[in-house]
Each structure stands twice: as structure tokens, then as C-alpha cells.
Design a protein around this ligand. Structure first.
Ligand code: ADP
Ligand code: MG
Ligand code: ZN
Length: 482
């Protein structure tokens, strides 16, 4: 459940406005003081040291506690935003308690609640920021990383949990200790046969009657009194969490309009224009689309990790969506580029997928799940090995003949624009590493197997996409104990 920091602030603000009793926390210290204030019981156990994560729906703190044997231990305290629906919170907690604590899935130690404030206490796992390490990992590191991610996915999928937000910030990694941990079940959903009871309940909520498309005031947290109007809160939250079709088309990226009517039956062959908005294929953005953007804004997380069936709002989504996201992570690991798909919305993300996997292939896959994609330009499917090796700097750009989108990333200006940290700079221009260095890291000997696995994870068709347990049997991992 990440989003831009600004998103967090604004959602926090709107919550605060509603109560106007507390000041808006402006820095880490005031945030910590605020947490002690709303959950006083924390102060008897923890010394909260720092803020370590901040997303739209939570803030995570590092805290220290003295144990009964006198030792000190570190914990991560996840403070959920007070407007989260009780069932949503309980479901997140149940995922951690039932499936967590083993197989590279984060466990939970305790949970505190006072009124509408909830803190989930987890063992703290020291980890690196993905962007800082992605360019410096050896081939063996990458193989281990993806193996352990697949193990975590196999484990949660066995419980019928669809994580829905698989991305590096939700898969903690400690390079030195080769430790891994999947976190953040804040968006998780259940498969129809899930063993997580509360995810079943959430499935039920999703079937609750929905209001019409362009409805306003979705983010009206002001009118929502936590704890009193459960049903309203429920619907409110459900709507926010839904991936509601946003901008069906906007003037900026009209080349790839996707028509995705609501309430479409799973196997509807083509797409009826019935519920498309009235700015489709025009120069303007209609009121329906304007209000839709509002609805989705707080959810604006990471379209770059979403599977094609998610991007096209296919109503039947299963555990395969997590496998796609794992594929996008592997694509980053193999190319040394992160984020790989830098998409600000779902349509851009879909276009970027087509740039790599081919537009014809994407259209054909979409047809199998009842979606129709219109694309003005034919985009050829790229060879994954050539793509990754070129981006990493193992091949010369001139040999690769990559499309213009990728040529752009050779431009030093872009590297500069992207540069957040020195590590990032190095990563963005993978070619700055010498061939000798890359060889030392084993990149010249990366077997075809890894690109075969990547191809199977990035299968555009969810019905044939590799599952986590199949992936762990892949020849790439023949020397590893599953
Ligand atoms: P959100 O829903 O806000 O994204 P997450 O559960 O993903 O919340 O946590 C946000 C960040 O906090 C993570 O990306 C990670 O950096 C940090 N974090 C979360 N849980 C832990 C933990 N158990 N140990 C260490 N860091 C953690
Ligand atoms: Mg997260
Ligand atoms: Zn419109």
C-alpha cells in the first residue's frame, strides 16, 4: 500500500480535518508523539525510535522493547490510518497470523487498538532499499532473491491469499544475511476457497451494491465518523480499494484506448460500449472521467506492477496477478533497472507492457479474458535476454535495435533526471559498470533458464501463467532445495 508521500499527507490531512482535535503531524517527532497520544499503552512497552515507512494507509515505526529476560528487541509498528475498515484491518492481521512467521512471510507479534487506532507489531527486519542494491546484485543473488519470493508466494497462495501488491518495497531483503520477508497484506484478497475467513468476508463486501460510476465524494472522510457507521465505512473503504476504471482515455495517451465497462460478465466476448464514458476518442476529459480520477487518487500506487488482467479490469482475478508482479521484479533484477515500468496510470502501464511483450500478443491475451484493446501502432515483442543484457550494459545498444522508448534511456539527461542517489545514478546507467565487473558478478553466464522463467512469469494470459509452485520446480532452481 505505497503511494507518493504527498498522497499520504493529504489523506492524513482529510482525516485530521474531520476531527480537528489534533494538529497535523509535521515531522517524525510530532508523528511519534501523536502515536503515543492516540495509543498510550505503547509507551509502557516501546521506545519508538524512528519512522521507517509511510504509505497512504499506514505509517511504520521502528521501536525497541525490553523483554522479560532483560534483552532488547526491535519491532516494526505499523499504525493503520484510522479510517481503515475494521474488517480490512482484521483481514490484514489474519493473513499475518495464519500464514506469516514462516516461508519468508512476515509474522506478527501483537496488535494494539484504542478506538479507531490500530498498531500491528511485527518483528523488525533490517533491510535494504531495492533501488540502492538492484544494480549491484550478482546473478546468484538474483536467483536467490526470486527463489525466495516464489517461496513466499507459494505459501500465501496455498492459503488462498492474493497479495495484490507484490513489489520490492513489500518484499524486504537483507543482502548480507540473505533474509527475505513478504509484508503488507493491506490490499490482500481471498480466492473463492481461501482459508482466511476474513478475506471471505471481504469478498462478500465487494459484492455489496455499488453506487454508480461517476459518484462523487468517495474520499469524503469528513463525513465518515469512524466506529459509528460501519456499513458506510465499509463501502467507503471497499470503493477506495477497488481498482476502479479510471481515465478510460485521456487526451495524453489516446493511442491505446481500453474499453472496460463495469459489471461485465466474465466471459463476455467483446466489449459493449454501454458504460464507456462520453469522452472516449475525443479531445476532452468528461465529467465521468474527472470524478473517476478523484476516486482512484488515494490508491494511486504502482500501476507498473499490475498484470494485464488487472490493468484491463478483468473481473476474475486470481493468484496469477501476483506471479505477474514477481515477473516485473525479475525484469528489474535482470536488467538492473528500477522501476522498470514507470507508469503513472493503468493505460500507460498497459502500453509499456505492449512495448515489451508485443501489442498483437497483448490484444490476443486480453481477448481470452474478454477485453478488447485498441492500439494505434503495432509494437513487436522483444527478446527478453537481449533487452535485459542491453539495459545492463552487456550488449551494445547498436546491436540490440531496441525501440525508441529504450534508446531514450541512454541519454545522460534522463539519467540525471532520474537520479535520486548516487546508487540510483549508477543503476540507471548500467553500462557504467565495466564488462569485467559484470562478468565477475556472473552476468555473462546467466543461463537461458532465467529468461525462460521470466517469460513464463510475464505470460500475458493469466490462465497459462506459471504458478509459484511450478516456478519453484523450474530448471533454474535445480541446485536449490525447495
Ligand atoms: P504500507 O501499507 O503503508 O505500504 P507496509 O506494511 O508495506 O505498509 O510497510 C511500509 C514499509 O515499512 C515497508 O516498505 C518497509 O520498509 C517497512 N516495514 C514494514 N514492516 C516491516 C518490518 N516488519 N520490519 C522492517 N521494516 C518494515
Ligand atoms: Mg507496502
Ligand atoms: Zn470520459
Amino acid at each position: 500500500m505505497e503511494a507518493a508521500p504527498t498522497g499520504q499527507r493529504s489523506s492524513h490531512q482529510s482525516v485530521e480535518k474531520g476531527r480537528s482535535r489534533h494538529k497535523i503531524p509535521r515531522d517524525v517527532e510530532t508523528d511519534i508523539a501523536y502515536l503515543y497520544e492516540v495509543l498510550p499503552q505503547l509507551s509502557r512497552i516501546f521506545r519508538i525510535i524512528d519512522k521507517i515507512g509511510e504509505g497512504t494507509f499506514s505509517t511504520v515505526y521502528l521501536a525497541e522493547a525490553q523483554m522479560t529476560d532483560g534483552s532488547r528487541r526491535m519491532f516494526a509498528l505499523k499504525h493503520l490510518i484510522p479510517t481503515s475498515h475494521p474488517v480490512r484491518i482484521a483481514a490484514e492481521l489474519q493473513c499475518l497470523t495464519v500464514a506469516g512467521g514462516t516461508e519468508n512471510v512476515m509474522g506478527v507479534t501483537y496488535c494494539f487498538r484504542k478506538e479507531h487506532h490500530v498498531v500491528i507489531v511485527m518483528p523488525y527486519m533490517e533491510h535494504q532499499t531495492f533501488v540502492d542494491i538492484v544494480g549491484s546484485l550478482s546473478f546468484e543473488d538474483v536467483k536467490h532473491y526470486i527463489f525466495h519470493l516464489l517461496k513466499a508466494l507459494r505459501h500465501i497462495h496455498k492459503f488462498g491469499i492474493i497479495h495484490r501488491d507484490i513489489k520490492p518495497t513489500n518484499f524486504l531483503f537483507n543482502q548480507q544475511r540473505r533474509e527475505y520477508s513478504l509484508v503488507d497484506f493491506g490490499l490482500a484478497q481471498g480466492t473463492p476457497d481461501t482459508q482466511i475467513e476474513l478475506l471471505k468476508e471481504l469478498l462478500g463486501l465487494d459484492k455489496a451494491p455499488r453506487s454508480v460510476f461517476g459518484e462523487k465524494n468517495i474520499n469524503g472522510t469528513n463525513s465518515h465518523k469512524p466506529g459509528t457507521d460501519k456499513v458506510e465505512g465499509l463501502l467507503l473503504k471497499t470503493k477506495r480499494e477497488e481498482v476502479i476504471p479510471r481515465k478510460i482515455v485521456s487526451s495524453k495517451h489516446r493511442s491505446v484506448p481500453v474499453r472496460t465497462p463495469l459489471n461485465q460478465k466474465p466471459k463476455a466476448p467483446a466489449v459493449s460500449p454501454m458504460l464507456t464514458c462520453n469522452c472516449f476518442m475525443t479531445d476532452r476529459v468528461c465529467n465521468i472521467c474527472l470524478s473517476r480520477k478523484q476516486q482512484v487518487a488515494p490508491r494511486a500506487g504502482t500501476p507498473g506492477f499490475r498484470a494485464p488482467e488487472v490493468l484491463t479490469k478483468c473481473p476474475n482475478q486470481g493468484t496469477a496477478i501476483d506471479m505477474w508482479s514477481a515477473g516485473v521484479i525479475l525484469l528489474s533484477l535482470l536488467s538492473g533497472r528500477y522501476p522498470f515500468f514507470k507508469a503513472s496510470d493503468d493505460l500507460i502501464a498497459l502500453t509499456q507492457i505492449m512495448t515489451i511483450r508485443g501489442s498483437r500478443e497483448t490484444k490476443e491475451a486480453a481477448k481470452t479474458f474478454g477485453k478488447s484493446i485498441v492500439c494505434s501502432r503495432e509494437l513487436p515483442r522483444l527478446d527478453l535476454r537481449i533487452l535485459c543484457e542491453t539495459l545492463r550494459g552487456l550488449r551494445s545498444w547498436d546491436d540490440a535495435s531496441l525501440p525508441a522508448e529504450f534508446q531514450a534511456s541512454r541519454n545522460p539527461a534522463e539519467v540525471k533526471q532520474d537520479a535520486g542517489s548516487p546508487a540510483r545514478k549508477r543503476m540507471s546507467s548500467g553500462s557504467l559498470r565495466s564488462i569485467a565487473e559484470l562478468q565477475e558478478m556472473g552476468w555473462d553466464k546467466a543461463p537461458d533458464d532465467v529468461y525462460d522463467l521470466l517469460d513464463k512469469l510475464l505470460d500475458l494470459n493469466p490462465a497459462t501463467r506459471i504458478t509459484a509452485s511450478m516456478a519453484l520446480q523450474h530448471p533454474l532452481f535445480k541446485d536449490m532445495t525447495v
